[in-house]
Ligand binder design. Structure first.
Ligand code: UDP
Length: 259
């Protein structure tokens, strides 16, 4: 295999130069971090599952008209994406109280919020991704008013779609994080949904049992992380029904076969 130029390495993914200008390859690692990277670990097989889950969700969002950076999945850990200028804002959508909002506002975990909340955080690890308001975004020029309008609009559309998708497979979409990027067309910038949507950046609770099927299993040392991610993939119809091979087995089998 030819050596590709690495563009960026993040906590859970690596970006490589793509085959054509304006494209990148997004590689999904098994590394997991939590609490602003104070807790680190590996969840074997996570990258394979997140690649597949994110492909599925981005494809469906594309089908309903949400513009995304996703082009196609290349193999078990990689997907081809459009190169975007990442907007340095994490967009969190909440339907049910959990995580930081519980601590910040002293409300009970599991409280169904009377309306969906959208929050913004400034993407800066050194600052611990502080929460920000629209005013900060406008003041520091992180995104234009028009872009923020598109972002809020897309966040609501994604939420409506995902709530229905997950409810249909017995899962409550508690909250999730989105990232957006812009692409330039001459002087005109267009906003695309970027990054990934997977159990790493969503809270997904089983409706029947309340069981957490997301990265909180890692954050809270609950164990069974890969099984939870696998359960999400299985319910989404992305793993063969009744298959007793794990994702890791599948990956090793393909590697041997392709040698
Ligand atoms: N989230 C994320 N990356 C971050 C912060 C949050 O993917 O850097 C996701 C997280 O998985 C959850 C949602 O955004 O689904 C809301 O997270 P919260 O603000 O409650 O923070 P946390 O509890 O993760 O510190």
């Amino acid at each position: 295999m030819t050596r590709r130029r690495q563009i960026y390495e993040g906590k859970a993914k690596i970006l490589y130069e793509g085959p054509e200008p304006g494209t990148l390859i997004q590689y999904f690692k098994d590394d997991a971090t939590a609490f602003n990277a104070q807790k680190k670990g590996t969840i074997s097989g996570k990258g394979v599952l997140n690649n597949r889950i994110s492909e599925h969700i981005f494809t469906m969002l594309g089908n309903i008209g949400v513009p995304t950076h996703f082009i196609r999945r290349l193999n078990m850990r990689e997907q081809l994406i459009r190169q975007v200028e990442i907007i340095p804002i994490e967009v969190v959508v909440r339907n049910v109280a959990a995580g930081s909002i519980v601590k910040r506002l002293g409300i009970e975990e599991g409280l169904q919020l009377p309306r969906t909340i959208i929050e913004y955080y400034y993407k800066d690890d050194a600052l611990g991704d502080p929460m920000i308001a629209d005013e900060h975004i406008a003041c520091f020029g992180w995104a234009s008013q028009e872009e923020m309008h598109d972002i809020a609009d897309m966040a609501i559309r994604v939420n409506d779609f995902l709530c229905g998708l997950f409810a249909g497979i017995g899962i409550r979409l508690v909250d999730f994080k989105l990232e957006f990027g812009r692409i330039w067309d001459n002087d005109f910038a267009r906003v695309l949904l970027a990054d990934e949507i997977s159990p790493d950046g969503c809270r997904l609770w089983d409706i029947a049992t309340g069981e957490k099927l997301d990265k909180d299993r890692f954050r809270q040392n609950l164990g069974g992380e890969v099984e939870a991610y696998q359960e999400i993939a299985r319910r989404l119809g992305l793993l063969p029904e009744g298959a007793d091979t794990t994702v890791l087995d599948m990956e090793q089998h393909r590697k041997k076969r392709d040698k």
